[in-house]
Design a protein around this ligand. Structure first.
Ligand SMILES: [Zn+2]
Ligand SMILES: [Zn+2]
Length: 350
């Protein structure tokens, strides 16, 4: 076993604080790493506070992890000591069902093992995430990080990046495709950067004019104000796909007519009941409302490689681990452009 330290919530109303624990002994196919950076995802906050139910305490959040390999098990082939690596939202899956075979480990028929707050498939221990000094995962769920990427900014690619990349790939986004993005937070800003990088025409759809400058900085091609009825009418039938990153229940009706025939609105933000929606725009244009969950491991590597090639990186604010509780409060207010990343060198071993 390896002694390590992290930050944990011990109950749904306790702030995160230092927590000493042990990582499992290295298995034959395991990669151990020192965590360098960990992104702060909205779901970390939800799970720390048990907003979705099912949180097992203590909970060590964090599933946007960049690390440096410290040790490898005897059967590990693709990694060696010193390599810069990444771990996202999953650390294991059954590896033999049809979905795992297709590289859709996120849809594993037996359920994937999440990076934190999930029972390990072998010893049943609750998994602990990346708000910690060390991390261990089986080789198949460890990713290579392209050498040119600024490591302090790369972590959010592992959740916000792949969550938006996977639907863009599934809907064949590329040159000639028209993509709309609703919601401009951690997910939305990555959807914009990735779709631009993939060569699509990208429009940010926002309730007001306030984010027009942000849209320019993100290199979006167009900006559509959803409260402007005439602009919305002009944009009817325009989009092949709309990535909807809004994290709460909202009205889809204004957006569906914006889709072209066979267009899809893909929900990646909200998890829960949708607002009542008219089927008229769906029926009249064979339009679809769809959903998508993170992405597979091979697809995540493909996304990291694309980001390396095109130097696509999230916009981040680097924080120290002791500021995590304040960061959660700011995250709740939407007061971050666009993702917090914890510099894990701020976590000292006692
Ligand atoms: Zn996440
Ligand atoms: Zn499976």
């Amino acid at each position: 076993m390896m002694k390590t330290i992290g930050y944990a919530a011990t109950s749904c109303d306790a702030p995160l604080k230092p927590f000493s624990f042990e990582r499992r002994a290295l298995r034959h196919n395991d990669v151990a790493m020192e965590v360098l950076y960990c992104g702060v995802c909205h779901s970390d906050l939800h799970q720390a506070r048990n907003d979705w139910g099912g949180s097992v305490y203590p909970i060590v959040p964090g599933h946007e992890i960049i690390g440096r390999v410290t040790e490898t098990g005897p059967d590990v082939k693709r990694f060696k000591q010193g390599d810069i690596v990444a771990i996202g939202c999953m650390v294991d899956s059954c590896q033999h069902c049809d979905q795992c075979d297709k590289g859709n480990e996120q849809y594993c028929r037996e359920g994937n093992t999440q990076t934190y707050n999930s029972p390990d498939r072998i010893d049943g221990q609750n998994t602990y995430g990346g708000y910690s000094k060390h991390m261990i995962a089986r080789e198949e769920f460890v990713l290579h990080v392209p050498k040119n990427l600024d490591l302090s900014r790369a972590a959010p690619l592992l959740c916000a990046g792949i969550t938006t990349y996977s639907p863009l790939r599934a809907w064949n986004v590329g040159p000639g495709k028209k993509v709309g993005v609703i919601g401009l937070g951690g997910l939305g800003h990555m959807a914009v950067k990735l779709a631009v990088g993939m060569g699509a025409e990208v429009t940010i759809i926002s309730r007001s004019d306030k984010k027009r400058t942000d849209a320019e900085e993100l290199k979006a091609h167009k900006y559509l104000v959803s409260s402007d009825e005439s602009a919305m009418q002009k944009a009817a039938n325009h989009f092949d796909v709309i990535i909807d990153t809004v994290p709460y229940k909202h009205d889809l009706d204004p957006y569906l007519p914006l889709l072209d025939v066979d267009g899809s609105l893909v929900i990646v933000g909200q998890i829960g009941p949708l607002a009542e929606t008219s089927s008229v725009p769906l029926v009249m244009g064979r339009r679809r409302v769809a959903g998508s969950l993170i992405g597979g491991i091979a697809e995540t590597q493909e996304m990291l490689n694309l980001c390396g090639e095109k130097n696509i990186l999230p916009d981040c604010e680097i924080i120290k681990i002791e500021d995590i509780n304040e960061a959660y409060e700011r995250l709740e207010r939407g007061d971050v452009h666009y993702r917090f990343v914890i510099d894990m060198s701020s976590l000292k071993n006692d």
